[in-house]
Design a protein around this ligand. Sequence first.
Ligand SMILES: Nc1ncnc2c1ncn2[C@@H]1O[C@H](COP(=O)(O)OP(=O)(O)OP(=O)(O)O)[C@@H](O)[C@H]1O
Ligand SMILES: [Mg+2]
Length: 256
Amino acid sequence: MPIARIATGIEGLDRMTGGGFVERSANLVEGAPGTGKTTLGLQFLVRGIEERGEAGLYITFEEFPAQLYADAQRMGWDLERYEAEGKLRILFTTPTDLLAGMEDMDGSIEQVIEELSIRRVVVDSLSHFEFLTDDPFQLRDIEFRLVSAFKREGCTSVFLRENGNILGDTNSQSRSPFVVDSFIILRYVELDSAVSKAMLVLKMRGSSHATDIRRYRIAQGGIVVEEKFLGQEGILGGAPRKSRADAFVEAFGKKR
Ligand SMILES: Nc1ncnc2c1ncn2[C@@H]1O[C@H](COP(=O)(O)OP(=O)(O)OP(=O)(O)O)[C@@H](O)[C@H]1O
Ligand SMILES: [Mg+2]
């Protein structure tokens, strides 16, 4: 039986993943500040609403609701309208309150999910749970509980996570990539004295995916995934160099 997919609706990403996220899966999107994590999360929900009629839940620990609405408005997304129409719920909460609301089976989160028939959930961001404990095993247990709760409710979830490294390797001690079904990295890349953004699908449990690193940009309407970084090596390190073949051509002219 083919694996059921939830198209993200994000141009290019669905192609890279062979049709989108696996239904009822938990997906981690990690990136440095400003790489477009919030944009990707909102886009996943907005496209679900617009193109599939699937309701979404956005859980955020940021303190300024007005900022989120304004940022979305700049993208062309009227979140308040979706909320009024019962297609979207934005929950401004704290990690502690969220966990408490998930403890009992009849918790407030489950109520929201059932009330609106939520199919897509975004948590912005997983990083906030790291403040709750210094114990990596306890953190992994918390993350596992989150991931499981949304799966149990039949939702496909996207967990955003901050990565403090602006350029360069992920260098993360976190175990959360092990808890989720897919892992996407957003990354700044310095190329010809300018900064580009790169996207990579590092893992997708149970299915094949593109392993190349794609350039993407943020525009009105959200993230647009573009072509591969041709002729470049070392993209993941943040400071790519020309591949040997291209450097050869540059130095010695066209290969004969
Ligand atoms: N309409 C737009 N057109 C082009 N770029 C935009 C537009 N609106 C926002 N951006 C860019 O999107 C980026 C912010 O994206 P977003 O808030 O999704 O990032 P983030 O990874 O969630 O950041 P943070 O780590 O601060 O939460 C900014 O760099 C901004 O320049
Ligand atoms: Mg953000």
